[in-house]
Write a protein that binds this ligand. Sequence first.
Ligand SMILES: Nc1ncnc2c1ncn2[C@@H]1O[C@H](COP(=O)(O)OP(=O)(O)OP(=O)(O)O)[C@@H](O)[C@H]1O
Ligand SMILES: [Mg+2]
Length: 306
Amino acid sequence: MPACTRWAPIPHPGMGHAMTEPILKLTDVRREFRRPRTSLRTPPPVVRAVNGVNLEVAPGERLGIVGESGSGKSTLLRLLSGLDQPTSGQIEVQGRRVDGQSSRQLKWLRETMQLVFQDPMSSLDPRMRVRDIIAEPLVAAGMSAAGKREERVVTLLQSVGLPKDAIDRYPHQFSGGQRQRISVARALAPQPKILVADEPVSALDVSVRAQVLNLIDNVVEGFDLTLIFVSHDLSVVRHVCDRVAVMRRGEFVEVAPTEELFADPQHAYTKQLIAAIPTLSAALGGRTAAALADEVNQQAGGENRD
Ligand SMILES: Nc1ncnc2c1ncn2[C@@H]1O[C@H](COP(=O)(O)OP(=O)(O)OP(=O)(O)O)[C@@H](O)[C@H]1O
Ligand SMILES: [Mg+2]
């Protein structure tokens, strides 16, 4: 064997993402909620908000999670970010367990994984100036020199397209789109590896949605992040994600690379979601959303939940 080939990687089936360790791994994750009892004779109803989710996300991947309201998307994000505990199953981030850990044990996760929410007005403290909002995670991470912090805040503002003088203003002095830029800057501050976004553009005016999506696209690229992006709208996810998980009633009914999912949706529910995007519904033979809803129920075949 020539010497130069000795160091070549051993060919491996499914090279690419499969070769690297997943940055995020979920194994049969479940979260049940008990609803208040409605009768003394029957047990309290159980909502299976997340019902056996398996998932591996490779570093640098951009995964979209799509599903209707109540399908369990936010619950799943709360579980993988350690804000809530699963009823059963395993969650690993960078090979470290997240489930069953106390919030003190998960300090590392709050730096590795950052969240951006739907409504920046309620996720940003209205009494704090932008300087302090963005610097807060830096202080928590131990950056004590004020001058250095200020420098970093200004750099972060620039990287989300906000002017330097934004630093002295309060959240209410910005538009919705600008506020979401502040949320993104704050999320980037602790130099995370994973950005988790829960409907980050749903509350925004249609005219600024594309700008904020472009921003997310740019920061994921520029900061070398892994993205988990939740939306009820497939057309939004299509812009930023390279793989999509379709969630329905707590389960992933289909997971596929984005273009494959659009070109050849397998599950009737995915087809229904695509049909809800006006310009693409023709691709499904002009069937109405109602006809597809019937098909979903047939395919789901009595998979009722209590
Ligand atoms: N703390 C809780 N207690 C009881 N039930 C809950 C709780 N959190 C979520 N649920 C239920 O779990 C299910 C999933 O809710 P979740 O918020 O995860 O859905 P979602 O897909 O994020 O919806 P949306 O698109 O409206 O944000 C719903 O039936 C909800 O009512
Ligand atoms: Mg939600």
